[in-house]
Design a protein around this ligand. Structure first.
Ligand code: BGC
Length: 539
């Protein structure tokens, strides 16, 4: 890509889930000192930037996505000076830093919410949130039928200062996460100021939590309780993705444009690519996670369809795509793709497909080690509010948040200082998945990621440029994707070896990297073992 292209259009960004990355002080919880101490891992891996999940003061009702103070660091994670030092250290290694911003809701421990509870109905303090009188003869029923993302109603009734049952407030997530009212100019002003606080501190961008949820529909109309979950890729719930939200992002873009090279990435679970593209129009956000890609099942035609649709939708607004396979909210993709040896094989192939596609790519901590979902955590350690709010029917997201194994043969595998246990137990089988163990193994997932990222960095057509799919007899099982003029990525999604004649490609392709052994492309015929991908230089 030309030198003028902004860094974020093709950056590889590593997601650090701070509480599970590395523990610097031995309390069992990852922290900013731990992240600083392991920046070399990221530099060696070859990523361009790091996204840090929320580290702000918080009662941790939702792992820190319940923010009590947007301009400080929770003592659990360190102090503000640690954040500053981390930004400086990362920049010193050529890594950019993206922080999480949570504008849909505050914590119920935020001073605004405390002030709202102390103030009467109709007060300016309550107008920063969504307080409403209840329905029913005595206001005993919630104002509408919205359900919380974490289970149960999206409304909680408060007790007024005089001790009487009072109004209800809206929380699309846990009751400890009251939704902010983005119709209130004070909320806009506050967040513009928070953005500037972190921009002035030197961060390179923001990941916007629940970006599609800020603006609520007029009159807060009823929907249908119990219908599919808006965070899992179904945007049929009418209170999400309201048109008015785009005005917020135009305003935020004007703020970021006052600085050089700073970006936003939207966490917007919006299913329709054309609707998602509205978030990345030229005067709005820079990028938005492509969750349709994340949720695609292991199928060549489905991958092709989602890739073509995504690229076309983003191109229409001049934006780049943002590819993502896992994050701290979803089942790790080794497990989604079938688990065990098959899941690992597919995850290796998926890494090569993802990192070849033009656009930016996110790597969720541990995916470079091939970590699976931990599905057998004891109930006593489950910390995700989903577990309690679902009445113990949904184990929640802790299984993808188990602390990273760094070294050694038993827990905490170098996660924290010797003797300190991690906040979630790590499986015995993870000794062979540690950074140390995988660093010495050229067939490991870590070695694959390191090599892929080096090749991508050195090669203008990997992760950048144009994409065209080659039509051929085996298109139902195999993808042959031409990258620019001189490269291709090929993927066999079938459980058998496939050999296929590939029409229309020049010369003798040279293998650059394969996710498994046994690939071959000679005399016009491509051979790929089951669930295998490869990168090629076209002769
Ligand atoms: C975050 C979740 C969080 C939720 C509420 C999300 O989409 O990624 O981890 O629970 O927002 O803030």
């Amino acid at each position: 890509m030309s030198e003028q292209a902004p860094w974020w259009r093709d950056a590889v960004i590593y997601q650090v889930y701070v509480r599970s990355f590395a523990d610097g002080n031995g309390d069992g919880v990852g922290d900013l000192i731990g992240v600083r101490a392991h920046l070399d891992h990221l530099a060696e891996l070859g990523v361009d930037a790091v996204w840090l999940t929320p580290f702000y003061p918080s009662p941790m009702a939702d792992g820190g996505y319940d923010v009590a103070d947007y301009r400080d660091v929770d003592p659990l994670f360190g102090q503000l000076s640690d954040a500053e030092a981390l930004i400086a250290d990362a920049h010193g290694r050529g890594l950019r830093v993206i922080v999480d911003i949570v504008p849909n809701h505050t914590s119920s421990a935020h001073q605004w919410f405390a002030a709202a509870l102390a103030a009467p109905p109709g007060s300016p303090e309550r107008a920063r949130y969504w307080f409403r009188d209840g329905k029913g003869d005595n206001g005993e029923l919630p104002p509408n039928d919205w359900g919380s993302r974490f289970g149960g109603p999206a409304w909680t009734r408060i007790t007024e200062a005089d001790g009487t049952p009072g109004q209800w407030y809206l929380h699309n997530f846990a009751p400890e996460q009251p939704d902010l009212n983005w119709e209130n100019p004070e909320v806009h002003a506050e967040f513009r100021d928070i953005l500037r606080f972190w921009l002035d501190l030197g961060v390179d961008g923001f990941r916007i939590d629940v970006a599609q949820g800020l603006v609520k529909p007029d009159g807060l109309p009823d929907v249908r309780v119990g219908e599919p979950d808006p965070l899992r890729g179904n945007d049929s719930l009418s209170f999400m993705d309201q048109d008015g939200v785009h005005e917020v992002y135009r305003e935020w873009r004007r703020v970021s444009d006052e600085y050089e090279g700073r970006i936003f990435v939207a966490e917007a679970w919006v299913h329709d690519p054309a609707r998602l593209a509205r978030y990345v129009r030229p005067d709005e956000l820079h990028t938005a996670f492509n969750f349709n890609y994340l949720t695609t099942s292991w199928s060549a035609p489905e991958f092709r369809a989602v890739i073509e649709e995504s690229l076309a939708a983003m191109a229409r607004v001049g934006a780049s795509c943002t590819w993502v396979l896992s994050n701290h909210d979803v089942v790790r993709h080794v497990t989604r793709y079938g688990g065990g040896a098959q899941g690992v094989r597919r995850a290796r192939a998926a890494a090569l497909l993802t990192l070849a596609l033009p656009g930016s790519a996110y790597v969720y901590q541990g995916e470079e080690l091939g970590l699976p979902q931990v599905t057998d955590l004891p109930e006593s350690v489950l910390a995700d509010p989903v577990w309690t709010r679902s009445g113990h029917t949904d184990r929640g997201r802790d299984g993808c948040r188990v602390p990273i194994p760094w070294s050694g043969t038993q827990d905490p595998y170098g996660f924290g200082p010797d003797g300190s246990k991690a906040w979630l137990p790590q499986p015995d089988s993870w000794a062979k998945l540690s950074v140390e163990a995988e660093s010495g193994d050229e067939d490991s997932m870590l070695s694959l990621y390191r090599t892929a990222l080096r090749l991508r960095r050195d090669n203008d057509e990997l992760g950048r440029g144009s994409v065209s799919f080659v039509d051929m007899e085996e298109s139902g099982r195999v993808l042959v994707v031409r990258l620019g003029d001189g490269h291709a990525v090929t993927v066999n999604c079938a459980a058998e070896v496939v050999s296929v004649a590939v029409p229309g490609l020049p010369g003798a392709p040279r293998l650059l990297l394969a996710s498994a052994s046994g690939v071959d492309w000679a005399a016009g015929t491509l051979t790929l073992p089951p669930d295998t991908a490869a990168w090629w230089a076209l002769g």
